[in-house]
Design a protein. Sequence first.
Length: 179
Amino acid sequence: MKILVMESSPHKHGSSNLLAAEFIRGATEAGHQTQVFDVARSDLRPCLGCDACGMSGPCVQKDGMEELRRRILASDMVVFVTPLYYFGMSAQLKTAIDRFYSFNDELSAKHLKTALIAAAWDSNDWTMQDLAGHYQTLCRYLHFNDQGMLLGTGCGTVSMTQSSRFPKLAYALGKSLTE
């Protein structure tokens, strides 16, 4: 299976990317092909809401979304990786997802497998509920086949994350994937 991992942390070596690396290690050991697209370091501009694409492209903006679109449509699975920012996904990931509008129909028809990996400082049981709800709504709307959510609470720093159970869980999620 071809897996695209969309990292979105402004901290290249932060907690969410640490969890993504463990997921990738597990998925690679399970025989899957993985590649990373770093939306935080890509030239992606926000959706203009101009509707020139009519939900089926092309987008009038010529930026990194053209490459991301190509990679998504060539994949069997997409993994959304984000730090938790004010109880939602990072602005960088949200910008990329908003741009799905320009190929909404094609993306929806693909029935991609997806997963969510997130890291949060906070350990409260309610910390991730809004992010999880947003992800589940995306899955429902775009006909994504959810393969799991890894919601790493108490992962505020790399050392906190490394000493938590979440790296092992991320590895196990990647390792558990089947075609």
